[in-house]
Write a protein that binds this ligand. Sequence first.
Ligand SMILES: [Cu+2]
Length: 436
Amino acid sequence: MGLIKKYKLKELVAFVVICILTGSSWSLLAQTGDSTAVTTTDTATAAAPAAANPISAPLISTAVDTAINAATTVAAEVDNSATYKSAWFYVLLFFLLCVFIGIIGKILRVYELSREMQGKHTAYDWRKINGGLFIVALITGLYGVYWSYDVQGSMSVTESATVHGEDIDLMFYVTTIITTIVFILTHIFLFGFSFKYRGSVERKAYFYPHNNAVERIWTIVPAIVLTILVLLGFFTWRGITNPSEAEQKKAVLIEVRGEQFKWNIRYAGGDNQVGVSNYKLITPTNGLGIDFKDQKSWDDKLAGEIVIPVNRPTRVMIGSKDVLHSFYIPDFRVQMNAVPGMPTFFQFTPKYTTAEMREKTNDPKFDFVLLCAKICGSGHYNMQSKVTVVSEAEYAAWVAKLPLMYNDDMKKELQMAESKIQETNNSVALNNNINR
Ligand SMILES: [Cu+2]
């Protein structure tokens, strides 16, 4: 009776709270389920008779319209499918699961207390149950690892379409294999030993505070492995990002400048050098702020998309007009931040043309895509742009058709700007003379 008194008030309050919350959760779940079923059935039954009768065309359209209107009205009234997508739905679902587990726990506890009051031993050995749960968690977890490697792994493993991409892939595979082996072994030991040495009344824990040999092994082995991985990464990255002067000159030079939310592309022209630019020179017609006094910019060409030749290096000068963006072509294993005021570079050599990749992937719609890998604002998702790899001859023909940025309109605009500056200077000079 003493135990019952002790738990009575607390458990009564808990029980009432649980009942209220469970009731409200169930009513929400039931409402969502019912409404979806009603909407689907109504739409199907309303549309079917009209579509089945091809004879009276005007009547059909009226019937269909009426049916669709009726279905839409019903759907508008009871469609709660958005609830499935709301965070609140999943919070309630999680809460319901917790309540369910809590109720089971409470029932077991009441059962144990009643046995204690009758002077009987506890019915369950919780040590054994907990030990068994460790094995269940190990098997479920390892299956989860296998599943994610099998499903997501096959999605992420694609052949690199650039020469340097092979080095990055090798590094990725080596790192994945080593870390997976370590991950699986440590978890087998962690959960396996927790099961093997689960609590028992017949066994006493052995006090084992320190072992120098073990400490040395688990310090030195990871240190060596990590050093190898870091050095491999360092030399690979250095090899990719520091091409020799001669290789740089061989490359097609393109400037790609990010802005919210698009990429501006400029080809270097015949001299293979882009002219200097300055953000202070940005005007509605000169969006990149190119300084046309620099003769290197006179043959620069504006492009709406990236087209590059196969088996020849492409050097991309990456910049940004406003915030941080990131130049990212997954199939090329290319990613580099676009930083305002600080040009960055990435040089790569495509191995396959778009046409060859379409054959390889057996996908006639395949295209290489340029993405932004920095969350740069509300339209970030919209920064996808096509990249086409073509033969050298196709590239030459395409690039020849690009319009020059330093065109007649631009020349006129610059002349007008020059004459305005000249006028201002003259009037300033005149005023100075009068003052004297
Ligand atoms: Cu961006």
